[in-house]
Design a protein. Structure first.
Length: 311
């Protein structure tokens, strides 16, 4: 089991490391990385989700239980962090980064790991988890920024950002294609598949390029709190809910894995745009990404037998 987990996650770690080295040594110009991340986030990853859901057999997927195992921990984790801040006394912008670091997840790492562990079915389950969790965490984070950020968005702005989220749109497109029974021409489907496959290596290279250790020095305390929320609190809640609702097997494995992944590299962009503590967010991303190389395999190894999953 341990060998399979590491064989699935090792390529992810190596690609992230390569991205970090490419940027650090200037092999690719600085202008490349923002454009590559934009391409992956707005075009490639939505196509991957759309194609995955279009091809997926969702007849046996326990969507209701997955909603509980994904949305429940995100909501509870957010509330716990808000209550705990009475003791921590983080300033508003710092608190937004702590909460993002506690509940958001890295899509690129999640999809790649799911495919590595479960193959084609893993891609479909990862698409379903994104269709559920991406709107949830975006709503929660938007509400937190509306209360604690320095650039408080309007209600219309919050709704617009969620409705136009490219990952949500990709999931909706795939579900619509699946439910309507539309058969795409072979050339169109081949295009979607090829572009979607490019999302994972490009996205992971961008994750490595975005690692920022210098930003961590002044914010180690909030970074540790966010990391405890991400790697301990939210996964523990997820296991409890999975057991309570009877979610098990591959679906439970993907749900749990998604919930214990490092926070999303796009959290930095959200912090910068909505008045969070962007430098602290960059440090949290770097810290969790490296620490996750150890914690995620261990968590899967410990929890898989509890939720009836085989890896």
């Amino acid at each position: 089991m341990l060998a399979l987990i590491f064989s699935a996650l090792l390529p992810i770690a190596l690609i992230i490391t390569l991205g970090h080295l490419l940027r650090r040594f200037g092999f690719l110009g600085e202008a490349f990385w923002p454009q590559a991340e934009r391409l992956a986030y707005f075009v490639l990853l939505p196509l991957l989700f759309a194609h995955g859901l279009y091809r997926a057999d969702l007849s046996g997927v326990p969507v209701g239980a997955m909603i509980a195992g994904l949305s429940g921990p995100a909501v509870i984790g957010t509330l716990v962090m808000l209550v705990a801040n009475r003791a921590f006394r983080f300033e508003g912008p710092v608190l937004t980064s702590v909460i993002q670091g506690s509940i958001r997840f890295n899509n690129y790492v999640g999809v790649t790991a799911a495919v590595g562990l479960l193959g084609v079915s893993g891609a479909a389950l990862a698409a379903v988890t994104n269709a559920i969790l991406v709107p949830t965490v975006n709503v929660l984070c938007a509400l937190v920024f509306a209360r604690y950020g320095t650039r408080q968005p309007t209600a219309f702005g919050v709704v617009k950002s969620i409705a136009l989220n490219p990952l949500i749109l990709g999931c909706v497109a795939g579900i619509v294609l699946r439910l309507t029974g539309i058969v795409l021409p072979q050339g169109i489907e081949g295009f979607m598949q090829a572009m979607g496959q490019a999302a994972l290596p490009i996205g992971l290279l961008c994750v490595g390029a975005a690692l920022n250790w210098e930003a961590l020095g002044r914010g180690i305390r909030p970074a540790l709190v966010a990391t405890a929320g991400k790697f301990l609190l939210v996964p523990a809640i997820t296991v409890a809910i999975c057991l309570a609702v009877g979610l098990s097997g591959p679906a439970a494995l993907v749900v749990f894995m998604i919930q214990c992944l490092p926070t999303a590299s796009s959290s930095y962009v959200m912090a910068r745009q909505l008045g969070g503590d962007a430098p602290l967010m960059a440090g949290i991303i770097a810290f969790q990404t490296v620490l996750g190389a150890v914690t995620v395999p261990l968590a899967l190894l410990l929890v898989a037998p509890m939720i009836g999953a085989t890896v």
